[in-house]
Ligand binder design. Structure first.
Ligand SMILES: *[C@@H]1O[C@H](CO)[C@@H](O)[C@H](O)[C@H]1NC(C)=O
Length: 436
């Protein structure tokens, strides 16, 4: 009996747990698996973990070589997000192959991956699958002789203090980060053809990637602002990925460290790292920048019901509602660049939607003089926001024979021709019959 009760309790607990997970109503992640190379990271990076658990995340810290690791049980994911703080592992424990991690992301879950100068091929491949290529040379780190941290650099100028952040309120929060960010690690490149990956923190123009303990024999492969330090990826399924070439960036040591960029007189008591990693993690775990569109509606002007088809040249009204998740609730989204297409093979109509500040977007337009199966399409992609991709199919029919105008002005010569022909025939008939 007690056994049965325990089973019921376990089922109820797991139901409650799965309700707390990522849902349509609350897109923020809850359950996070953190894989540590070394349990010491739990204390050396405690401020980052504390900030996450203070914000309500359930962190499950595990050794990355733990043989019992699993992301799924009975086909259900046990976590909403994964943090891999294990730069030099050659493989993860349990069932966590790189395919398993990529499947996790492919099914819409989020990932934070941090490397350092001892990064393994396994972690490099994982990053490459996400569209970020780490420096290939295993001994190289990012070096900058002009923007390193003066006080604590180990004379090789590899402790960068940089402020070249992306200007995006949705990714980095509304408050601008004042202090420079401390970074020690490797650089990466993001292919310019990859529109999903965005560099959030870049190296300065004087940076290059090389082995600090060797003489520079040939020009470095990676130089200047093309070196990415921290990048984010938003996949097409809205899974978010953060890739950093520095694990130290998240550490208490860097977070609490004072900074002074070399050559500058400005000194900061605390680096910008805390704000930077907090704001980034808010974005990656969907506390910010998550949109939803609901209530897509259309109808003829002056009517309210949705028709099953339109006639060519009908006037119609189109509306939908867009909300943005703030981490706590859904707020109306406000933007002046949301557009709708009336689409059949190519857009026939493209209209920018007006919004009322309460989340409702609307416009009206005339159906083109072309019939066929059209779609209303809203394809909204903005940096840092989830993609909105909606479509609704609607046929457009030609006018029926009795729906055309009876007489057209331009056709008067033809009407004249027809009637004058009839009158002429009549006159000719009379003349032919009754005059010899
Ligand atoms: C990289 O990170 C691992 C795990 O924390 C650490 O053992 C190693 O010393 C780090 N390498 C460097 C060069 O900091």
């Amino acid at each position: 009996m007690a056994g049965a009760e325990a089973i019921v309790a376990a089922v109820v607990a797991s139901l409650i747990l799965s309700c707390a997970a990522f849902t349509e109503e609350n897109p923020t992640d809850r359950r996070v698996l953190v894989l540590l190379e070394d349990l010491a990271i739990e204390s050396t990076h405690s401020l980052f973990f504390k900030s996450l658990s203070d914000r309500g995340y359930e962190l499950d810290l595990k050794l990355s070589t733990d043989p019992k690791l699993a992301l799924q049980r009975y086909g259900e994911y046990l976590y909403d997000a994964l943090v891999i703080f294990s730069p030099s592992v050659e493989k993860l424990g349990g069932s966590l192959t790189s395919e398993a991690v990529l499947d996790f992301v492919d099914s819409g879950h989020d990932l934070i991956l941090a490397a350092n100068s001892t990064t393994s091929q396994f972690i490099r491949n994982l990053a490459a699958e996400c569209g970020v290529e780490f420096e290939e040379d295993f001994d190289s780190v990012v070096i900058d002789h002009l923007s390193f941290d003066d006080a604590r650099d180990a004379k090789d100028h590899s402790l960068l203090a940089t402020k070249s952040l992306i200007k995006s309120k949705v990714i980095l929060g509304a408050k601008e980060i004042q202090a420079p960010i401390l970074y020690r690690g490797i650089g990466h490149v993001v292919s310019p053809a990859n529109s999903l990956a965005i560099k959030v923190l870049t190296a300065s123009s004087s940076a290059y990637s090389a082995n600090p303990n060797a003489v520079l024999a040939s020009p470095p492969a990676l130089t200047g602002t093309s070196i990415g330090l921290v990048s984010v990826v938003q996949a097409r399924n809205n899974a978010r990925i953060l890739i950093s070439g520095s694990l130290d960036m998240f550490s208490d040591n860097f977070i609490n460290s004072p900074v002074r960029i070399t050559g500058s007189t400005e000194r900061f008591d605390k680096s910008g790292n805390q704000e930077f990693v907090d704001e980034l993690s808010k974005w990656v775990f969907h506390e910010r920048g998550h949109l939803k569109a609901v209530n897509l509606q259309h109808h003829k002007v002056g009517e309210s019901g949705e028709p099953s088809m339109y006639r060519i040249t009908d006037h119609l009204e189109f509306s939908l509602e867009i909300y943005e998740w703030t981490g706590k609730n859904w707020q109306p989204y406000q933007a002046d660049d949301v557009q709708v297409e009336f689409y059949m093979m190519s857009p026939y109509v493209l209209k920018t939607l007006n919004h009322n500040g309460k989340g409702k977007y609307e416009t009206s337009f005339q159906v083109p003089d072309v019939y066929g199966v059209f779609q209303f399409k809203v394809d909204y992609k903005r940096l840092g926001y989830t993609t909105l991709d909606l479509s609704k199919q609607i046929p457009v029919r030609p006018s029926r024979h009795n729906e055309y105008e009876r007489f057209i002005k331009a056709a008067y010569p033809y009407y004249g021709g027809a009637f004058s022909m009839m009158a002429g025939f009549f006159v000719f008939g009379i003349a032919f019959l009754y005059h010899k």
